[in-house]
Ligand binder design. Structure first.
Ligand code: ADX
Length: 199
């Protein structure tokens, strides 16, 4: 990663991350959801946040549509814009993880290279979760009516229609959201969180 500034240093935090973990009762880290639009990223991220919050976890969701209204409001969907979007989210998620949080990110993040950048930012606390659902199913779900618009030629660079989705090659977790109900998917995710973020 290129750093434009010169004459900058890095300072140590006064509170070591392990102390934050002890206070929270769990480790921090990033659960990075990736998958097609309609695969279930938003539903499962917010559903998992609700469940974990109820169990006193420090947890927060970063969601594509929300972040694109603020942090990434200057970006569109061309490959270089998506790369910058994912780079920013990767850095923000890593900061949240450093602050002791379990961060759930819900972005299509269709390019392997961009996800690799986010993984590096997460420095060993990055867990890639592939929400697997075939295009046909996602298109049938079409929760926002966007596939219909994309097929009508109204949305350029639409993932799965006129832009690619590169599935993860070696994700930490795969959730098949076609075979599983929302509740079953949340059970799998909750179990994973309890396994990897326990002190
Ligand atoms: S990403 O590719 O950069 O990771 P991100 O998750 O932030 O995408 O945004 C995806 C959301 O933006 C979709 O859920 C959809 O609501 C909306 N969207 C608008 N245009 C597009 C497009 N061309 N391709 C994909 N999603 C789009």
């Amino acid at each position: 990663m290129n750093v434009k500034s010169t004459h900058i240093t890095t300072v140590e935090h006064a509170v070591p991350v392990e102390e934050r973990w002890r206070k929270n009762g769990h480790r921090g880290g990033v659960l990075w959801f990736t998958g097609l639009s309609g695969a279930g990223k938003t539903t499962l991220a917010f559903g998992l946040e609700r469940r974990l919050f109820g169990k006193s976890y420090q947890v927060y969701v970063l969601d594509g549509d929300n972040v694109r209204h603020g942090l990434s409001s200057d970006l569109g969907f061309a490959p270089e814009d998506r790369a910058e979007n994912i780079r920013r989210i990767g850095e923000v998620a890593a900061l949240f993880a450093d602050a002791g949080f379990i961060v759930l990110t819900a972005f299509i993040s269709p390019y392997r290279q961009d996800r690799a950048v986010a993984r590096r930012a997460g420095r060993g606390r990055f867990h890639e979760v592939f929400l697997r659902a075939d295009l046909e199913t996602c298109e049938r779900r079409d929760p926002k009516g966007l596939y219909k618009k994309a097929r009508a030629g109204l949305i350029p660079d639409f993932t799965g229609v006129s832009a690619p989705y590169e599935p993860p090659e070696d994700p930490e977790l795969v959730v098949d959201t076609v075979a599983l109900t929302v509740r079953e998917s949340l059970d799998v995710l909750e179990e994973y969180v309890e396994r990897v973020f326990t002190l």
